[in-house]
Design a protein around this ligand. Structure first.
Ligand SMILES: C[S@@+](CC[C@H](N)C(=O)[O-])C[C@H]1O[C@@H](n2cnc3c(N)ncnc32)[C@H](O)[C@@H]1O
Length: 280
């Protein structure tokens, strides 16, 4: 078990977000997220809900639902293809998508070794349906664009592709972000999609964001430092070779996916913006 933690490392955020999804299965539609639940992560949540925000669970479930609906409609239309998940963590989309979809999960080695082992075990036990999944370990900060293309391209045996970058950009810097989009451009064909998530900079003026940063500063393992990247909307309108096909936010989707929470105010939540980009 890699999640025996006193201090929070970046990969541990993957346990936290998968637990969030499991708390609102009716919204996230991810009925497999709960397989990752564990006592160490459960012990963190009351403090996060109290010290940062009580709405983190529902917002992450909404984020998951948005990308699930986007993936499902893309792959249904194309009757299969390849889903490439950059910074996949413990995402389980592949198991709720059609089995005609191939999946490539990309993350750091430590997290992927653990995920591969568990997925293999749960599939053998009949807890998960069989899916065609490949695992590729890459550190986005250190890998060159050419290396990523060289190792990823042979794994893409079914087109079209949908690339997802969910819950990752907060941890990366601008150069790495530019490099990733530059890499996607080489890998994708016309009309392929990229899904992305980030905060806009005005979030920094909110009390809830200050509480998030305080929480990370207090609990982050000092050997695992990361950026607190925010990205302006205009960045997505200027990515070479891509057209911004849809821009929305968790706040905008509350009414549709969780009407019970629709009275929440935008400046009280850690509202992430959600983007779909189409290759031109
Ligand atoms: C908050 S989790 C999100 C996981 C998943 N995408 C989701 O939404 O449930 C962030 C993930 O990004 C991965 N990650 C962060 N920085 C990375 C890097 N430099 N290279 C590769 N993966 C990275 C972490 O290991 C972790 O699995």
């Amino acid at each position: 078990m890699i999640a025996i933690f006193q201090d929070m490392q970046i990969h541990e955020t993957a346990f936290v977000v998968s637990t969030y999804r499991s708390l609102h299965e009716d919204v996230s539609k991810d009925n497999y997220a709960k397989l990752w639940n564990n006592p160490a992560t459960n012990a963190l949540l009351p403090t996060i809900f109290k010290e940062v925000s009580p709405y983190e669970g529902i917002l992450h479930a909404i984020r998951n639902r948005f990308f699930y609906e986007s993936l499902r409609s893309f792959f249904n239309k194309h009757k299969g293809g390849t889903f490439i998940n950059f910074g996949a963590g413990f995402s389980m989309y592949q198991f709720i998508l059609d089995d005609s979809v191939n999946t490539i999960d990309i993350d750091k080695k430590e997290i992927l070794d653990f995920k591969k082992d568990r997925i293999g075990k749960w599939t053998a036990e009949g807890k998960l349906p069989h899916r065609n999944i490949q695992y590729l370990s890459i550190n986005f900060n250190t890998a060159q664009k050419e290396e990523i293309v060289y190792s990823l391209r042979p794994l893409i045996t079914k087109k079209p592709t949908f690339i997802l970058l969910e819950g990752v950009l907060f941890f990366l810097n601008k150069n790495t972000t530019d490099k990733l989009f530059d890499t996607f451009k080489v890998l994708q064909g016309k009309d392929d999609l990229v899904g992305s998530v980030s905060y806009i900079s005005s979030i920094k003026n909110t009390k809830v964001y200050s509480r998030l940063i305080n929480y990370f500063d207090k609990n982050n393992d000092t050997n695992d430092s990361f950026m607190h990247q925010t990205i302006p909307h205009s960045y997505y309108e200027q990515i070479p070779n891509y057209r911004l096909a849809r821009a929305t936010s968790e706040f905008n989707l509350l009414e549709e996916y969780s009407p019970a929470h629709s009275s929440i105010k935008e400046n009280e939540i850690l509202n992430e913006h959600l983007y779909l980009l189409q290759k031109m």
